[in-house]
Design a protein. Sequence first.
Lengths: 506, 371
Amino acid sequence: MSMVDSPDLLSMKGITKSFPGVIALEDVDFSLRKGEVHGLVGENGAGKSTLIKVLTGVEHPDTGSIELEGKPIQVRSPQHSQELGISTVYQEVNLCTNISVAENIVLGHEPHRFGSIDWQEMNVLASQALKRLEIDIDVSRPLGNYSLAIQQMVAIARSLEIASAKILILDEPTSSLDVNETNLLFDVVRKLKDQGHGIIFITHFLDQVYRIADRITVLRNGKLVGTYETGSLPRIELIAKMLGRTMTDLDAVTKSKVEHEQKESGERVLEAKGLGLTGSLEPVDLELGVNEVLGLAGLLGSGRTELANLLFGIDKPDSGSLTLKGKKIERFSPLESLKNGIALCPEDRKAEGIIGDLTIRENIILALQAHYGWFKFLSPEKQSEIAQKYIQLLGIVTPSPEQLANNLSGGNQQKLILARWLATNPQVLILDEPTRGIDVGAKAEIQKLVLDLADEGKSCVFISSELEEVLRISHRVVVMRDHKKAAEYSGDVNDQTIIQTMAGNL
Amino acid sequence: MKNSSLLNRIRESRLFLPLGALVLILIFDALYSPGFFKLGILQDPVYGNHLYGNLVDVLNDGAPLMLVAIGMTLVIATGGIDLSVGAVIAISGAMGAVLINPSLGNQLVSNAITARDVSNTPLPIIVLVDLAAGTLCGLWNGFLVTRAKIQPIVATLVLMVAGRGIAQLITNGQIMTIYYTPYFWFGNGFILGLPVSIYIVLAVAILAWVLVRKTSIGLFLESVGINAKSSYYSGINEQNVKLFAYTLCGLCGAIAGLILSSYVHSEDANNIGLNYELDAILAVVMGGTSLAGGRFSIFASVVGAIVIWTFTLTVYTLGVPANALLAAKAVLVMVVILLYSEYFRRFLNRLSERRAVRPEVQKGAESGTAN
C-alpha cells in the first residue's frame, strides 16, 4: 500500500500548455485525493477544459508532470487515459443517439457468446448499470428517444460501469438536469466517493459546488488562483477569486430592472390564445407587452422549450391562435417568424444555434441575409460592417470577425447568436436558456443586455433553469409544469412560491 | 512575415492541392513522356484549323466530367450526394438521339441524303429539351431528398438505377447512331482553335460561380451543409436550398450528356457516362470540399476533374493497357484519400512546423550570442 506515503490519487504539477498566440495553462498544480469530490471552477477561458484535456490525453502539456497513485504517467491519448482509469462525462453528451441505450453503455465492451454479441446479456448489463443510478428505462430503445437528462445519466453509467474509472471527471454534468435528477446524480457521486473514487466536478452552478465538493480549485486566465477547503471559503470570496472583481455587475442588473419597471406601457405585442400542439404542449394563454421581459420558469421537460418552439414557428400549433400586434399569424416557420420580427435563440447552442465552420461575420449576418433572400446579397463590406457593429455592441471577444464560430467560448457563442438576431431588428426576442453553461461575468452581461433591449422597446421571453436569474430580470413570470401553464406571477414573486408551483404544490 | 502569410494563404486555398497534383503529374509527364506536351495545328475540313495534342484532349475529354463536378460540388456542399448523374447523362443523350431520329432502330430520317444534315427536330429545341430533361431529373432528386426526406444516397440511387432504364425505354434498348452534323459540334467543334466543350465548361463554371457567390446562395449552401438545423432555425429555407443544388446538378448532367453523345456520335444508354458520378465525387473531394458538406469551391472541383483526365491520358500515353487503367486510378484515389485524411494532414503539419521552428531557434541563439 504505497498509498500511505502518497495520499494523492492524482497529482499534476507545473502544467503549462500554450497554443499559438495563447497560453492556456501556466504552471498549474492540481491534486485529487482518494474519496474526494474536487470542484474545478473558473470563468470560461480560465483553463479548466485545457487542464482536463491534458489529463485525458487530448492535449499534451508543454511542461509539467502527472502522477497517478504516486507513479509518474504520460497520458498519450483519450483511450490511454481510459485504460489508466480516468473517465470523463462531457457537457455535451457525446453518445450515439441512433443506437440503443444498452449499446451506448457497453460500446466497445460488448458481451460475446459463441463469437457474436450476446444481446440479451448486453441489455441485462446495461439496465443493471442504470439501476445502480436508480434509473429504470427500456435499454433496448434508441438513446435519442430519451431526454438530454437521461442521455447524460447513460454517459455517466457508461464511464462508471464499463470503463471502471478510478477518476471520474464530470464536465458540467448538471447543466441539463432538473432538480431531482441532480439530486440523484449527487447521491451516486457520494456513493462513488465512499468507495474511494476521486471525482473532479466542473460546473458553473456554485451552489452545487458547495453542496458536493470537499475542496475547490480556482483557475483564472490559465493560472492557478488556489485550492481551498470548501468549508473555509465563503461563496462571495469564491466569486471574487473567480472573477478577480466583485459582484457589482450583477447589482447593476437588478438596479436597471427597477428603473425600467416604471417605464412599462402595457401595450401588447404578442398574444397566444389556447396555443397548443397535441403531444407537446397543452393549450396556453400568453401575453407579452412592449418593454417587457417575461420569464418562463419550469423544470426540464415542463414544456418551456415546446412553448418557445411554437411561438417561433419551429413547430406548427394544432390549436389556438397567435396574434402579433393585432395580426393573426397564419403560417408558422422560422422564416415567417423572422419576417414578422420574432427571434429565437435556441436552447441547444451547438446543434441549433451556431454554424461552427462559418466565420463569425457569416454567422452574424445569416438571419438578416435569410430575410433578404437569395438575390439581395449583402456585400462583403456591408457584412463586415454589420459584424463589427455587433461584435462591439455585445462585446464578443475575438481577434477577428473572420475567425470560425467554433473557436469562440460558450458565452461568446451565445452572444453571437444574439447578434445574429439583433441584426434583424426583431420586435420579440425569445431566449431559451441563454446563459446555460457560460460564466458568471458573461451571464451578467447577457442579463443586462436583455433588460436594455426591453428598455429600447423590444419584448423578451426569457427561459432559464436558474430561478434566481429568471426572478432577477423578469417583469412577469409564467411557470410551466407537465406541458402546460401552471401559473403566472408578477416579477416580485418570491422564489419559494415558484418552486412550490414548479413542484405542483400550488 | 508577409511572405509566409501569403504562402500560408496559398497553402490553405482549396486550389492548392488539386493544382499541386496537376503540376506533379505534368512534371512526371515532362520527364517520362515529353510527347505529352506536343501541340500541333490540324487542318480540319469541317471545323477549320485547330490545335490538337494531349493537352487539348485532356480538356475536351474531361469537359463532361468537369461539368458534372460543378453540379456535384453544390450537392456535396449541402451535405448530400448525387449518384444519378451518369444516368442523367444517359437520359439527356437519349433524348437528343431520339429527337434527331425518332424512328427507333437506326433507320435514316431520309434516304435521299445520308441524312447527314437532317434532323427531325431543330437543334435549339433538341438542346432545350435535353437540358429540361436533366433539370427535371435534378428536381426529382431534390424532391425526394427535401420533401420525401429520403437520405440523398438512397434517393439518388433510385434515379441511378431507373435513369438508365428510362434512357433505354427512350432508345428502345438500341444503341443509336446519330447522323446529324450540327449536333456533333458540341463535342467535336472548335472555336478559335480550341474545343467548343471548353467554352461550355468555362461558361457554366463562371455562371455557377456568379450564381452562388454573387448571391447569398453560396453562403446558404455552406450553412446548410455545415448545420442544417441551425440554418433552419436562422430562417434559411433549407429545403429550397437543397432543391436548388440537386436541380442544378441535374442540369449540369444534361449538358455533359449532350457533349458526350455528340462526341461519340451515338447514344448507348447502358454505357454512356458510366461511373461519372464516382469520378465527379473524386473530383469534388480533390477540390477540398468535404463529403460532410460545408465549404466548397467550384473551380477547385473543375481542377480536380482536370487532374483525373490528365492522369488518365498520362497512363494511356505511357502505354499502360486500358484494362490496367482502373488499377492505376486506384493509386490516385489512395493518394487523394491520404492527403485529405485529418490524421495524415496533422502529420504533415507537424513535419512542416518542426522545419519552421528550427531556423527560428537558431536565429534566437544567434541573437543571444550577439547580446
